[in-house]
Design a protein around this ligand. Structure first.
Ligand code: C2E
Ligand code: CA
Ligand code: CA
Length: 960
C-alpha cells in the first residue's frame, strides 16, 4: 500500500524528472555532436580552401606557354621563378605525358623516373582533368609529410601534354584547432580514402599510419556524427566531414565525459530532486498510511473477520476522523450482526432441538402402533430417545399400581454409572419414596427442570451436572388417570424443555401410555382367546392350533399322535354341592396335577368346564398308550385334592383319538376324541380309544339307555355283598350291597360305569328302589334259611334321597315285615347331604326314626364343613378308601386318626373302606377304628356266595 502510495505520488514526479534528464541528455547529445561537427567542418573548409587555391594556381601555371612548350629550357627558369613567389609549396615540377621530367623548381633531379618508379603516382597525375591529390609521403629532406597535388597540362585542343605537380605540406591541411577549447582525450584527424592518417591532433606520430577505427568511412554520407565506444574503452562523440572533391575525411572525436559534463551536472541535480521527491512522497505516504491506510487496512481485516462469521469481533480502530467514524459504524454493524447471529443460532438450536424431538416422536409413534410387547415398547422407546432424540439418558420406570414400588426400569444412554446409581436408588423403597419419580407418580404431573444443578428438587443435581446433564423432565405415564410409571428424559443442554418441546413430549408420553394400556388389554384379549383364564392352560382354540402343529410334525416323523380328553366324573355335583369357588379351586388343582404329570404344559388344555385335554405328541404302536392312560387315571383317582378343609378324590373318564387314524386334522381329531369320551361315559367304561369302526360300535352303544332300561326290565341287575368286619373281634358285623349289571353282551359291569347314566336318565329311582327291595329280599331269604343275618347297607343316590316319595317308599318297604327294619341301613354320600342340609336333616331323621341307621359314605371326599356333620342324624361314618390308601404316609395316618377321633366325638361308628393290607388294618386298630371293609377280608361277592361264605346258622335258631 505504502509502495503504491509512494508510487502514486512519486511516479509522476519521477517521470517528469526522468523526462527532463532525458531531454537534457538529448539536448546535450545534439550540442556535443554539433560542436564536433563544427570542428570537422572548420578543418574541412580550411583544407578545401588550401586545395582550391592550389587548384587555381596550378590551373593558371598549366596554361603558361613556358609549360605548354614542354621543354626544359623554357620551363625550368619559369618554374624556378614561380617558386620564389609561391613559398607555400616546397617544390613545383612538370612531367611530360610519358613521365619525362621537364622541369622542377628545386632539386631538379632528372634521374627520377616517376613513370617507372612511381607508376601509381604517375597514373594519377596523368589520369584526371582536375586537381588530383596523391597519397602523402614523408619528404626525405624535410622529414615532413607532404601530399602531391597534380593538375593536368592540356593544349588548346584539350590534349594532355603532361602535368604540373606541387607537394603540399600537410601542415597546410592539418587542422589548426585551439586546443584550449578541446577537452583532453579529443582527437582531430584527417584520413584519406584508405584510412591513412594524413594529419592528427594531438599526437602527430600517428601520421602515415592507418586508422583502424574508421567504421564511419564506409558511410557514404558527406558528414555525420555518432556515439561510439572506442578501442580504448572511452565513449566518444564522433563527427566526420568529407573534404569536397576528395575522398578525404576529417573527423573529430570528443570524449562524452566532457561532452556530457553539463548534462551530468544537471542530471545529478535532477536525480537529487527525484530523491527528494521520493522522500517527500514516502513521508507523505507514511502519514497517509499511518492515519488512513493502516486503519483502513485494519478495518479491512476486521471486515474479513466479520465476513468469516466472527460477529463478536470489534474493530480497535479509533479516532475522530472519518476512518474512526467508519470503525464506529463498523462496530455498530457487527454488534447488530452479532445480536442477529445469536438470535439465529438460538433459533437454529431451537429448530435442531425440536427436530430431534420430532424425529424421536415419530419413531416412537411408529413403534407404538406396531409393538405388541411391553418390554419391546419400553426398551426401543428408550433407545430411540437416546439415538434420534439425542438425550443423554432416557428411562421408562414402571410402578406397581398399589404399592407404588418400581416394577421395572428400562433405559438407554451413555452414562452407565449414573444410570446404575439412579436405578439402584429407585429400586430401594426409601430411595423411591424420596425421589421425584415418586412425586410425579403421586401428583400425576410432569416435573421439568431446565437447570439440574441449581434445582433443589433434584437429589443428584450436582452429579447430573458433572455428567453433562443440565435439563431433565419426568413425565407420568397415565392410564385412566392413574400413573403407571414415568418417562424420563435427560438432556445435556440447559433450558432444553421449553413450551414446544414439552407439547410434543407430553403428547408422546400420552401415546406411550396409550400403547401400554393397549398392549395390556390386547394381552388379556389374546389370553382369553387362547387361554383358560381359570387354570391358565390353553383353551380349545389354542389346543387345536397346537394339535395342528404337532400333527404336522407327526406326519413328517411318520409317527402317531394322541389327544386324550380327561373328563372329571361328577364334577357338576361337586359344583352344585360346594359352590363355584370350590369347584374352581378344584379345577385349578387338577390343572396343576396334570401339569406336574405331563411336564410340558403346552401339551395341556382345558376345553370344557370339567374336561381337560392332553396331547401326546409321539405315540408308539406298542400298546403303551393304554397302559399310560390307565396308570394316569389310577394315579389321578388316588390323589386327594384338598380344597379348604375338603378332600376330593375324583375319578375320570378318558376319550382318546389317534392321529392320523382317527382324524387327519386337528378339528376332526378332537371331535373324535370327544366322541370317544362320550361313548366311554355312555357305555360305562373309564376310557375308550376312538377307532375307525367305533362309529358302528357307538351306534350300538348309543342305545345304552334302552339297554339299561331293558336290563332293568330283564332283571339283569344283581347285588353283590361285601362284609363289614369288627376290627377288634375280626367278626363280620354287617354287609354292603353293591350293584352290578350282568350285561349279556359285555359281561359283569361295575356300578361306577352305569350309575351316572341311570341318574342321568332317571332310571336310578327304579333301580335304587329295586336294590332296597332286593336287599330286603335277600336278607329275608337268608333269615328264612336260618342264617344269622347281618344288617345290609344299601347305597342311595342323591337323586333318590331328594325324591319326595323316598321316605314313603322306605316305609312301605319295611312295612311288609316287622323284622325288616333290622335288615336295612342306608349309605348316603356327603355331597347328597350337603346339597340341602335342612332338607337332608329332615329326611334322614324320618328314616332314622323308622329304625334304619344312616351311614355317611365316602367321607372326606366332599364335606365342606365338619360342623354340619354334627347336625346330621347319622350312625356311621365311612372313611373313604382314598384316605386308607394314604395311610402309608404320616400325613395320611394323621388324617385317618383325626377323622376317627372326630367321628367318635360325634358318637359315630367308624368304618374304614378299601382296607387291603394287614398294616392298614393294624393301624386302624391302633386308631380305634370300629369296622373295616375291604379286599383284605373280602371283595363284594354274589348273594349266594356271601351266604355260604360269611353267614352261619343262627344260634338262636339252632337252639330252637
Ligand atoms: P362305595 O359305596 O364306596 O362302594 C365301595 C366300593 O369300594 C365298591 O366298589 C367296592 O367293591 C369297592 N371296594 C371295597 N373294598 C375294596 C378294596 O379293598 N379295594 C378296592 N379297590 N375296592 C374296594 P363298587 O362295587 O364298584 O361300587 C362302586 C360304587 O358304586 C359304590 O361306591 C357306590 O357309590 C356305587 N353303588 C354301588 N351299588 C349301588 C347301589 O345299589 N345304588 C347306588 N346308588 N350306588 C351304588
Ligand atoms: Ca357305599
Ligand atoms: Ca364308599
Amino acid at each position: 500500500m505504502l509502495v503504491s502510495l509512494v508510487l502514486a505520488i512519486g511516479l509522476p514526479l519521477t517521470t517528469l524528472i526522468t523526462w527532463n534528464i532525458y531531454s537534457e541528455y538529448r539536448g546535450n547529445d545534439a550540442a556535443v555532436k554539433k560542436q564536433a561537427a563544427a570542428i570537422t567542418k572548420a578543418i574541412a573548409v580550411r583544407a578545401e580552401i588550401t586545395l582550391s587555391q592550389t587548384r587555381v594556381k596550378l590551373q593558371e601555371i598549366a596554361k603558361r606557354p613556358e609549360v605548354q612548350a614542354m621543354n626544359t629550357s623554357q620551363c625550368d627558369p619559369f618554374i624556378v621563378d614561380l617558386r620564389k613567389t609561391l613559398q607555400t609549396y616546397a617544390n613545383l615540377f612538370v612531367l611530360k605525358t610519358h613521365g619525362e621530367f621537364i622541369c622542377s623548381a628545386v632539386n631538379r633531379d632528372a634521374s627520377i623516373d616517376i613513370k617507372t618508379e612511381y607508376p601509381k603516382v604517375y597514373n594519377r597525375m596523368m589520369a584526371g582533368d582536375d586537381l588530383e591529390l596523391i597519397s602523402p609521403i614523408r619528404g626525405e629532406d624535410t622529414q615532413r609529410w607532404v601530399v602531391f597535388a597534380a593538375y593536368p597540362v592540356k593544349d588548346i585542343s584539350n590534349k594532355l601534354l603532361g602535368s604540373i605537380t606541387v607537394p603540399i605540406d600537410l601542415i597546410e591541411l592539418a587542422p589548426v584547432i585551439n586546443s584550449d577549447t578541446l577537452p583532453a582525450g579529443s582527437i582531430i584527424r584527417l584520413i584519406d580514402s584508405e584510412g591513412l592518417i594524413l594529419s592528427n591532433y594531438p599526437d602527430a606520430d600517428v601520421v602515415g599510419k592507418y586508422d583502424s577505427d574508421i567504421s564511419f568511412s564506409s558511410n557514404k554520407n558527406r558528414s555525420g556524427s555518432s556515439l561510439i565506444i572506442g578501442l580504448d574503452g572511452l565513449e566518444r562523440v564522433y563527427s566526420y566531414t568529407r573534404l569536397h572533391g576528395t575522398e578525404w575525411i576529417v573527423f573529430a572525436s570528443l570524449p562524452t565525459e566532457w561532452a556530457f559534463a553539463d548534462f551530468h551536472f544537471i542530471g545529478t541535480q535532477l536525480l537529487f530532486s527525484l530523491l527528494g521527491v521520493l522522500m517527500i512522497a514516502a513521508t507523505l505516504g507514511f502519514i497517509v498510511v499511518r492515519h488512513i491506510v493502516h486503519p483502513i487496512h485494519q478495518l479491512q481485516q476486521d471486515a474479513e473477520l466479520l465476513a468469516q462469521g466472527h460477529y463478536d469481533h470489534r474493530s480497535q480502530v479509533d479516532g475522530n476522523n472519518e476512518v474512526g467514524q467508519l470503525a464506529a459504524t463498523f462496530n455498530k454493524l457487527s454488534q447488530a450482526l452479532e445480536t442477529q447471529e445469536k438470535e439465529r443460532r438460538r433459533n437454529e438450536l431451537k429448530i435442531k432441538q425440536l427436530n430431534r424431538v420430532y424425529a424421536m416422536s415419530s419413531q416412537i409413534n411408529a413403534l407404538v402402533i406396531r409393538v405388541k410387547d411391553l418390554d419391546e415398547l419400553f426398551s426401543v422407546a428408550c433407545k430411540v430417545a437416546a439415538d434420534a432424540g439425542d438425550f443423554r439418558i432416557s428411562a421408562i420406570v414402571t410402578v406397581d399400581p398399589d404399592s407404588k414400588q418400581v416394577t421395572s426400569i428400562f433405559s438407554a444412554g451413555e452414562d452407565e454409572d449414573l444410570l446404575n446409581n439412579i436405578k439402584a436408588y429407585l429400586l430401594s423403597p426409601e430411595g423411591m419414596q424420596k425421589s421425584i419419580v415418586s412425586t410425579v407418580i403421586e401428583t400425576r404431573e410432569a416435573i421439568i427442570t431446565n437447570n439440574t444443578k441449581s434445582d433443589s428438587r433434584i437429589i443428584y443435581g450436582q452429579q447430573y451436572a458433572s455428567a453433562g446433564i443440565n435439563s431433565m423432565v419426568i413425565m407420568p405415564l397415565l392410564i385412566a388417570g392413574e400413573a403407571v410409571g414415568v418417562f424420563a428424559l435427560y438432556a445435556k443442554e440447559i433450558d432444553f424443555f421449553q413450551h414446544h418441546e414439552m407439547e410434543l413430549l407430553l403428547g408422546l408420553t400420552r401415546d406411550v401410555a396409550f400403547a401400554i394400556d393397549h398392549i395390556e388389554k390386547q394381552k388379556r384379549v389374546n389370553f382369553l382367546a387362547y387361554y383358560d383364564e381359570l387354570t391358565g392352560l390353553a383353551n380349545r382354540a389354542l389346543l387345536l392350533e397346537r394339535v395342528a402343529a404337532y400333527s404336522h410334525k407327526a406326519k413328517i416323523g411318520g409317527h402317531q399322535l394322541a389327544i386324550c380328553l380327561i373328563d372329571l366324573d361328577r364334577f357338576k355335583s361337586i359344583n352344585d354341592s360346594f359352590g363355584r369357588p370350590v369347584g374352581d379351586e378344584l379345577l385349578k388343582q387338577v390343572a396343576q396335577w396334570l401339569t406336574n404329570k405331563v411336564v410340558d404344559n403346552i401339551l395341556l388344555a382345558r376345553i370344557e368346564a370339567d374336561c381337560f385335554a392332553i396331547i401326546l405328541p409321539l405315540v408308539k404302536p406298542d400298546g403303551h398308550l393304554e397302559k399310560l392312560i390307565e396308570n394316569t387315571m389310577a394315579a389321578f383317582l388316588e390323589h386327594p385334592f384338598r380344597v379348604a378343609s375338603n378332600i376330593f378324590r375324583i375319578s375320570v373318564t378318558t376319550g382318546v383319538a389317534l392321529f392320523p387314524d382317527d382324524g387327519n386334522d386337528a378339528e376332526n381329531l378332537l371331535k373324535n376324541a370327544e366322541t370317544a369320551l362320550k361313548t366311554a361315559k355312555r357305555i360305562g367304561v373309564h376310557y375308550l380309544l376312538h377307532t375307525n369302526d367305533m362309529t358302528s360300535k357307538v351306534a350300538g352303544k348309543l342305545a345304552i339307555e334302552n339297554r339299561l332300561r331293558n336290563a332293568f326290565d330283564n332283571n339283569e341287575f344283581i347285588l353283590h355283598y361285601q362284609p363289614k368286619v369288627n376290627i377288634c373281634t375280626g367278626k363280620m358285623v354287617g354287609t354292603e350291597a353293591l350293584i352290578r349289571w350282568n350285561d349279556p353282551q359285555v359281561g359283569l359291569m361295575q356300578p361306577d360305569s352305569f350309575i351316572p347314566i341311570l341318574e342321568e336318565i332317571g332310571l336310578i329311582y327304579d333301580v335304587g328302589r329295586w336294590a332296597i327291595h332286593q336287599a330286603i329280599e335277600d336278607y329275608l331269604t337268608w333269615r328264612d334259611a336260618g342264617m344269622d343275618c347281618v344288617r345290609i347297607a344299601v347305597n342311595v343316590s342323591p337323586l333318590q334321597l331328594r325324591n319326595r316319595y323316598f321316605c314313603d317308599e322306605i316305609e312301605q318297604a319295611i312295612a311288609a315285615d316287622s323284622r325288616v327294619a333290622d335288615a336295612l341301613e342306608l349309605e348316603v354320600t356327603e355331597s347328597m347331604v350337603m346339597g340341602n342340609v335342612e332338607q337332608s336333616i329332615r329326611i334322614l331323621t324320618t328314616i332314622r326314626n323308622m329304625g334304619i341307621p344312616i351311614s355317611i359314605d365316602d367321607f372326606g371326599t366332599g364335606f365342606s364343613s365338619l360342623s354340619y356333620l354334627s347336625k346330621l342324624p347319622l350312625d356311621t361314618l365311612k372313611i373313604d378308601r382314598s384316605f386308607v390308601i394314604e395311610m402309608h404316609t404320616q400325613e395320611g395316618r394323621d388324617m385317618v386318626s383325626t377323622i376317627i377321633r372326630f367321628a367318635h366325638a360325634l358318637k359315630l361308628k367308624v368304618v374304614a373302606e378299601g382296607v387291603e393290607t394287614e398294616e392298614q388294618l393294624r393301624q386302624l386298630g391302633e386308631f380305634d377304628c370300629d369296622q373295616m371293609q375291604g379286599y383284605l377280608f373280602s371283595k363284594a361277592v354274589p348273594a349266594e356266595v356271601f351266604k355260604s361264605l360269611f353267614l352261619s346258622p343262627s344260634l338262636v335258631k339252632a337252639k330252637l
